[in-house]
Design a protein around this ligand. Sequence first.
Ligand code: GLU
Length: 477
Amino acid sequence: MVRTRFAPSPTGYMHIGNLRTALYEYFIAKHNGGKFILRIEDTDQERYVDGAVDIIYKTLEMAGIKHDEGPDVGGDYGPYIQSERKNDYMKYALELVEKGEAYYCFCTKERLESLRAEGETGVKYDRHCLSLSKEEIEENLKNNVPFVIRQKIREGVTSFHDEVYGDVTVNNEDMEDQILIKSDGLPTYNFANVIDDHLMNITHVIRGNEYLSSTPKYNLLYEAFGWEIPTYIHVAPVMKDQHTKLSKRNGDASFQDLVAKGYLPKAIVNYITLLGWAPSENREIFTIDELIEAFDVKGISKSPAIFDPEKLKWMNGEYIKAMDFEEFYKMAEPVLKEAVKTEGIDLKMVGEMVKSRISTIYDIPSLIDFIDGLPEYDKSLYTHKKMKTNEENSIGFLKLIIPILENTEKWDNDSLYALMVSTAKENGLKNGQILWPIRTALSGKPTTPCGATELCVLLGKNESLKRLNEGLRLLEG
Ligand code: GLU
């Protein structure tokens, strides 16, 4: 059975590149009827951030993906919190020491720093402690001298196959005897990920390509234990532009930031999945279930993908258009209430007008800012080539329609439209010659989220007539 895992470190924030990795892991597992495991990698106590684990749960929940086993689900393997698995790791490290594949290192920080400063071995550890005698080691352990456990990298070359990057070969000489267990007794990421992936029967490891170069070291560990090496799928980073990775410092890198800016989790999930993965068919809008169905590792790209906010905006707009109105209204209502203070305005009607015209709900206020008050506008707005209106003839058009509107009782969309169109017809005018001046006078804007009659209904008869007369004064003034 295919088993994948998402192994985030609790940093207090979910980078969208990380979320994308989680999605790929989820899709690969589910596409194959397998399991998706969540493992919190919190062994770096210095980086621990309060509440960060909750952010991970919350993000996955909002993104619509659920892990199959893990901290709050239990399952065959119990809770997957790395820091709580301390004893296991030490046991495995000692097994490697036994086998001669790892060794105790008692070097002090000072010694390591001076080594580095001298630069003799590059950034690599000089294997000083590899030659300690059994007696020296026992003496040090007895005296509680702080130690780490290092992997003894064998000579030779290590090759492996990556599903995205193909065959990768590294000369073992280029690898350092990496630390497996730190002086606080906790494992490094480099060690814990191997042990955990094995214990959790992970079959496919999907992660950022920054781990590509460390993978040979992990494989040497698998070999030392005699364990099966998983299938590797390394993915390229998400970039801000050609040269810079999307990072916390560059803003907008986190799922939470995007949600706070009004992007729908579903649209974010859809968009970021397509960053670095191409479906076999030429199509862009996918639900989670459709992504599970369509996901194929072959579509993952080797090259970095650039995060395009405009594309995300477009996609979010498509999701909003497709949303059920009541669901949309529930989401938009607080923004509408904040944007419209005038009593008696039908906010649902406003919601209907804007729904298909926005990228996020935060686009709403600027579209409807004319409701609470007519903005100061230039009379040139009355000029519209196609409608055949200008500053002069609009005076006559308004003078014609104002008394007719004053005298009608039927202030609904259909009646008003019929009235305006018949007035135009009777006077040998184009419809636009009546509709455009009305739209301009009621909104004071070159574009509105609705037409002249809807504006009349929205603002009501009194306010509409007031604005039409103001328009007339402006044109005549
Ligand atoms: N904890 C690692 C990270 O957040 C996980 C990498 C992996 O998936 O193996 O980068």
